[in-house]
Design a protein around this ligand. Sequence first.
Ligand code: NCD
Ligand code: ZN
Length: 351
Amino acid sequence: MAPPRPIRLRITRPDDWHLHLRDGAALATSVPHSARCFRRAIVMPNLQPPVTTVAAAAAYRGRILAAAPAGSGFEPLMTLYLTDELPPAEIDRAAAAPWLAAVKYYPAGTTTNSESGVTAIEETYPTLERMQQLGVPLLMHGEVNRDEIDIFDREAVFIDEILAPLIKRFPELPVVLEHITTREAAEFVAGADVDAKIGATITVHHLLYHRSHMLAGGIRPHLYCLPILKRDSHRAALRAAATSGNPRFFLGTDSAPHPVGDKESACGCAGIYTAPAALELYAEVFDEEQALDRLEAFASFHGADFYGMARNESRIELVRESWEVLECYAFGGETVIPVRAGETIRWKIAG
Ligand code: NCD
Ligand code: ZN
């Protein structure tokens, strides 16, 4: 029997384990949107130029904190951008900084600002070795970048060609397969050895949408992201994983704002801006799946446990009440269009 459908939900304050905040004037928009419901966030390093040193991460963290609303307690957890040249010595400095949480792997050329990413994983073995020794997690953008591999297959091929051999070679290295989009990824993570140190983030847009939402009846650039939305059966597998209670799956929005002109363009860039409504939309999904009783663990426990961090103590309340998302937000000197712009959301943060 389905549990009774609640109209209020009080949960431990969640964290966002995969977030793009950008930099400069954009922070005045992006940081308050995330800080309104998330206490901590793993901040992606794909700026231009990328964040490849602990010193650059410290400076970036300072700019984020300066943009956080007073009293929000928002805590940015920074990441380093893995390149072929990132030296093991930088990992020593990273491990010594309590606010530096992980290293991010982008295969060169796969996504926004990934040009400086890894060209061949073997190039990074000495650095990965040091990360394994010091327990610094590796966060992976799980796609291969080869012309002959169809874009809808790039995650599944990545798992076979890169991820599976990598976790064999570095069995003690904590690895997060970021923003999973396929049944293959969900099955790989759930089916890994019991002692494997593997987790996966799941975005709300991959739980809400499939590729026909993006491509049928007109092309919708604001639903274009990477890894790209897959067919509906994959969305169903992700919903099952997120609501399964398996601690390897946790919340990571991959909220990735771009100025509207960069999205609505002949060659529009990848990234969906979900931060203004992220937690509310996860609640919508868990409600549809009759799994609201599992939202707290997915959003507030599993990620902290994976990273070995304390769970948050404060709480947040959601109510089943409709509200309308704004059409756009100021974003530096430009504007950004959020997911569900001008549309209704059925859950709301109370207060
Ligand atoms: C991200 C971005 O815009 O920085 N875009 C996206 O579609 N997810 C990069 C990324 O996480 O791949
Ligand atoms: Zn991302």
